[in-house]
Design a protein around this ligand. Structure first.
Ligand code: SAM
Length: 246
């Protein structure tokens, strides 16, 4: 079982449909930024074809503004998160999360995330009921994400580790879902080996430094199938089985 020896097929892009922004309720909900979250979901996600109800509900709930310290936290763009890293625009996070849904659903799924960054992606996964191991190479980002996840009630479900995520975390394998939130030339072999054999799903941006395709890999026993979803640009996955440092 080696990357990339399996067939490739290109998925059709989701159809963009015009969706009217949600009507405002008479009494504005008390949760801070709830209105911005609803707007983000309607205009950036639903309007671009994201339909997964669990993902949409999580985006309406998780306080993105609590994981980034930038103006316009719900805007339709990527944002800096420190240490020279970024968090992707909401649509890309949603598309990736929908594609990574394990066959048995998110509840109590064992999930590996590579690239903790701000902790927002991990919070979305925890919000949907997953048990998340998230690996970040920058200790300062990992510490801050751990703190914010705990502060917002996700500390029990997310374990943040510092290290080279291209090697995965074999001690907790197999994973029903693996989300790699940084781009590299191919899917690291250890991550394929740690993927659950009965329909485990891995999503990663695969390509060169400036052009990648969001790629979904599904595993059944030793068989891997790969689907290219759409073009994206992510920061590099730096590590032993990714992009060399420097
Ligand atoms: N998922 C994050 C969030 O929700 O904010 C955004 C991730 S950011 C696009 C990519 C992250 O991957 C960066 O924080 C970067 O330091 C991290 N990274 C890059 N290579 C890595 C590696 N080999 N192991 C762990 N983290 C890595």
């Amino acid at each position: 079982m080696r990357w990339p020896r399996f067939p490739r097929r290109r998925a059709a892009s989701p159809k963009a449909e015009a969706v009217a922004p949600e009507a405002e309720s008479e009494a504005e909900p008390a949760a801070p930024y709830a209105r911005e979250r609803r707007g983000m979901v309607a205009t950036q996600l639903e309007a671009r074809g994201v339909r997964d109800p669990e993902v949409l509900a999580a985006f309406r709930t998780v306080p993105r503004h609590a994981f980034v310290d930038e103006p316009d936290p719900y805007g339709d763009h990527a944002l800096p998160v420190g240490s020279g890293q970024t968090i992707s625009q909401p649509y890309v996070v949603a598309r990736m999360t929908s594609a990574a849904r394990p066959p048995g659903g998110w509840t109590d799924a064992n999930v590996l995330e590579i690239g903790t960054g701000s902790g927002y992606q991990a919070a979305l996964l925890a919000e949907m009921g997953a048990r998340v191991t998230s690996i970040e190479r920058h200790a300062a980002l990992a510490d801050e994400a751990r703190r914010r996840l705990a502060e917002h009630g996700y500390g029990e479900r997310v374990e943040v580790l510092v290290g080279d995520g291209t090697q995965g975390w074999p001690a907790k394998a197999p994973y029903q879902s693996v989300m790699v939130t940084a781009g590299g030339p191919s899917v690291p072999q250890p991550l394929l080996e740690q993927l659950d054999r009965s329909g485990g799903r891995l999503v990663m941006p695969v390509g060169d430094r400036h052009h990648q395709f969001l790629t979904l890999v599904e595993r059944y026993e030793s068989e891997l199938t790969s689907t290219e979803l759409e073009p994206v640009v992510f920061v590099p996955l730096i590590g032993r089985f990714g992009v060399p440092e420097g």
